[in-house]
Design a protein around this ligand. Structure first.
Ligand code: NAI
Length: 418
């Protein structure tokens, strides 16, 4: 099972260097590699994965190999595929890679079909295409279990469940407390500002930054902007989230009141038409608009196009300038699409370390327990979330206390404490 029919081996050296670099800053996966090398949770098993073919995924593949698995990897998005990583990984014994940067839709699905043909015992998916291919193309041979990495994929799995189509248990790894904290709050917080800065080139210190939505992502964005010296204003529709922002010292205002104050606006609500043309008419000359939400519906881009007397596209690589009839210019980043993915490099290795650590532990758990499970969508077992958090804490040089037996008894009891 060595090698890949696709990868250009001349790129393997460059890919290996990137994998080694990421490995050093992915301590959770390194710890799991050592543990799996002795426990061999996947001995004799094949794991098929449909993931972004990046250095971080390569580190995960090597962890699964250390645990005894053969690995067949297809790309979950040809735009994120790094050919040098594909080349480096496919030179590893026991790993097959079916991925090519920029592959067209037909090739993309043929690659997923090749991974499905490996006859996996376990799968890791990112978006649901591998799981649906397995159900459609090889219904006689189902894996014993799988993990899904994204909310979109989990939605597809739930639709399969509703139709009675899902035939093996899948753990929804996209939404655990540890992952939401590390990935959505800290990872997104940092990478959204990274995208904003790369796309606009501005200094954030001293600027007034308006963050619309103080949820899991907005909290991270607001805190990171404050950390860089910005004055942050939060807009919200939920009074409890707004209170949280106010008690953390952020100014909280309706967007119509924040519009004339902001120099930078970042939406992170998951909702539509958050920044409207009406808000734009109130903004200062030079105001910058960026979106961190999943869909490009949070900023009314069409309204901005209609409002503008002149549009100057690509004033920077991911920035378009719109001049209003009175001469004020607004700068729209990444066409209102998700700014950290369009203009920055996605999540840092440390974030993927936690996310993939949860998935590797979940797969090992499935290898032991899948027989007892029904075909259904399961949450990540809470022990696994806690274990991944512990591994990351250890890597950060942090330690925590353990409840004593007496404390456990106290917490479990309703009697008066004496
Ligand atoms: P969340 O539900 O935790 O937070 C959204 C917040 O926005 C809530 O507090 C809600 O009350 C508020 N909100 C809703 N409509 C609003 C409005 N019109 N004005 C002001 N506030 C409003 O959601 P989360 O997890 O923070 O995700 C937000 C968006 O970011 C989603 O679209 C999600 O898919 C996306 N996302 C983006 C990531 C990235 O890498 N850019 C990563 C993860 C999620």
């Amino acid at each position: 099972m060595a090698g890949s029919p696709l990868a250009d081996q001349a790129l393997a050296g460059e890919g290996l260097r990137k994998i080694h670099y990421s490995e050093r800053i992915m301590p959770t996966l390194s710890a799991l590699a050592s543990r799996f090398a002795s426990e061999k949770p996947f001995d004799g098993m094949t794991v098929a994965a449909c993931l972004h073919v990046t250095a971080e995924t390569a580190v995960l593949a090597r962890v699964l190999r250390a645990g005894g698995a053969r690995v067949a990897l297809a790309a979950s998005n040809p735009l994120s595929t790094q050919d040098d990583i594909a080349a480096a990984l496919s030179s590893c014994e026991g790993v097959q890679v079916f991925a090519e940067a920029g592959a067209d839709v037909g090739t993309y699905y043929s690659h997923i079909a090749r991974a499905a043909e490996a006859g996996p015992d376990l799968v890791i998916d990112d978006g649901g295409d591998l799981v649906s291919t397995l159900h459609e193309a090889s219904p006689d041979r189902m894996p014993i279990g799988g993990c899904e990495s994204t909310a979109t994929g989990v939605l597809r799995l739930r639709r399969m469940m509703a139709e009675g189509a899902l035939r093996f248990p899948v753990i929804a790894a996209s939404d655990t407390p540890a992952k939401r904290l590390v990935d959505d709050t800290h990872g997104t917080g940092q990478s959204v500002l990274d995208g904003l800065i790369r796309a606009s080139g501005i200094l954030l210190a001293g600027k007034t930054v308006v963050v619309a939505g103080f949820g899991t992502c907005g909290t991270g964005i607001a805190e990171c902007a404050r950390g860089l010296g910005a004055r942050v204003v939060v807009t919200e529709v939920d009074p409890v989230r707004a209170l949280d922002a106010a008690l953390r010292g952020f100014r909280v205002l309706p967007l119509a009141d924040a519009a004339p104050l902001g120099e930078v606006f970042i939406t992170a609500t998951g909702s539509a038409d958050v920044i409207t043309a009406e808000h734009m008419t109130l903004m200062r000359d030079g105001a910058i608009l960026a979106n961190a939400g999943h869909f490009d519906v949070e900023i009314d881009v069409r309204g901005l196009e209609d409002l503008a007397a002149v549009a100057e596209y690509h004033v920077r690589r991911h920035a378009d300038a719109y001049e209003l009839p009175d001469g004020r210019r607004l700068l729209l980043l990444a066409e209102g699409r998700v700014v950290n993915l369009v203009a920055a490099g996605g999540h840092p290795p440390e974030v993927m370390d936690l996310a993939f650590g949860i998935e590797a532990l979940s797969l090992a758990w499935l290898a032991r327990n899948a027989e007892k499970l029904l075909a259904d969508v399961y949450p990540v077992p809470p022990d696994i979330d806690a274990e991944a958090a512990r591994l990351m804490l250890t890597a950060l040089g942090a330690g925590i206390d353990t409840l004593t037996e007496a404390q456990r008894a106290y917490l479990a009891s309703w009697h008066t404490w004496r």
